[in-house]
Design a binder for this molecule. Structure first.
Ligand SMILES: *Cc1c(COP(=O)(O)O)cnc(C)c1O
Length: 375
């Protein structure tokens, strides 16, 4: 089976692990610090603005507390969002207000957000679909006008930029995931970015039991070093050195991964452009860069499911991301979402990862043509 997504790991990760094993330090330590520092530099930020955690969903779950949201506050969430965006908002007893998205890019636009804005709206939890940037200028203008907190779920957008700025660094908080199906992978892990370093400091405590360190006393013989104090009721959501070791090896491979992903994207574009029954992914807006996380086509005339089935029968796995939250019964959402409905019913993500061979790519295209010839 040709996978739709797949990690690439090799001897570099193993060699790094061997070095870390020899230090006999497995917890959060120097490897995590190095990874945070390299990542901060990569996104044009500083170590005091970023922090690692154990998964990106942790980021989705802690922001309401970091930004002091209160029960009943309204949060706008595009209905095409990662499931954890919805479960986090609802678990905090915030009111999730879904908005529609652009049917082609699957990203929310300022006008989609504005339509559902009320005096109770406190925040927007944005998703950059597949690492393709939302149009942030009008969104930030709207957010500033209404004093909204802007959270960017840029989970796969590790290489994505909007007008020169890395995704995740434009809003008040951003996050990237390194789970097994992302681009840079380390098993499970994530990075969070905060525009305001004091919020980052708050996050650090909240993600480690709320522990207060009593500076100046730690090394004192008189101090009973087993005593401690807390400033909030925190989680335990930290990255460890084993994970960071893998992430560091992956980090060095990013340019190579991205080059191959771009090649795959362009290959599909070139080979599929003449098929009138398929809409290719929209062109990247001027001044933007992407991580090439998804290659999402839209199949016309209600043929999406049949194409997916045909490809699967021929050993090619495809999928659709993300199932709209308004169709998840547990959320009890109401409203009409024509853009998201079109997207959810017609979009198909083709295999896209750095290990796809030219042979795989030719087979995928051949099988798509084969399906088209029967239409
Ligand atoms: C993968 C993903 C997440 C969750 O990341 P984890 O690290 O697995 O918690 C969140 N949002 C989006 C858009 C994702 O693709």
């Amino acid at each position: 089976m040709i996978n739709v997504m797949q990690p690439s790991l090799g001897k570099e990760e193993l060699e790094n692990l061997e070095k870390t094993f020899k230090t006999n330090w497995l917890g959060k330590g120097p490897q995590v610090k190095e990874f945070e520092s390299k990542f901060a530099n990569h996104i044009g930020s500083k170590p005091e603005n970023v922090i690692t955690t154990n998964c990106c969903t942790e980021g989705l779950f802690i922001w309401p507390e970091l930004f002091d949201l209160k029960e009943g506050d309204e949060v706008i969430v595009p209905t095409i969002s990662f499931i954890g965006a919805g479960t986090s908002v609802c678990s905090h007893k915030l009111k999730m207000v879904l908005c529609d998205v652009d049917p082609r890019t699957l990203n929310a636009r300022a006008e989609d957000i504005e339509k559902v804005l009320t005096p109770k709206t406190k925040a927007v939890l944005l998703l950059h679909y597949g690492g393709i940037p939302c149009d942030m200028d009008p969104i930030m203008e709207l957010a500033n006008k209404h004093r909204l907190v802007v959270i960017e779920d840029s989970a796969p957008g590790i290489w994505s930029k909007y007008k020169g700025k890395h995704l995740g660094t434009i809003g008040d908080m951003g996050m990237w995931s390194f789970d097994a199906m992302k681009i840079l992978v380390c098993g499970a892990g994530a990075m969070l970015h905060f525009k305001d370093p004091t919020i980052r400091a708050k996050a650090e405590k909240l993600m480690y039991f709320g522990l207060e360190t009593k500076s100046g006393y730690e090394n004192s013989v008189a101090q009973k070093w087993w005593e401690f104090d807390i400033s909030c009721f925190g989680h335990r959501a930290i990255m460890d050195d084993i994970t960071a070791t893998i992430a560091l090896a992956q980090f060095d491979k990013l340019p190579e991964f991205l080059a191959r992903r771009k090649y795959v994207h362009n290959f599909y574009n070139e080979k599929l452009k003449d098929l009138s029954w398929i809409d290719l992914p929209p062109e990247l807006p001027e001044g933007c860069e992407t991580s090439y996380y998804f290659y999402h086509i839209q199949v016309k005339n209600g043929q999406r499911d049949a194409l997916a089935k045909h490809l699967r029968e021929n050993g090619i796995y495809t999928t659709y991301r993300y199932f709209p939250l308004h169709r998840v019964p547990g959320f009890n959402a109401n409203g009409v979402f024509p853009g998201a409905d079109y997207a959810a019913d017609n979009t198909l993500c083709l295999p896209l990862h750095q290990s796809l061979s030219d042979e795989d790519l030719n087979l995928i295209v051949q099988k798509i043509y084969e399906f088209g010839n029967k239409l």
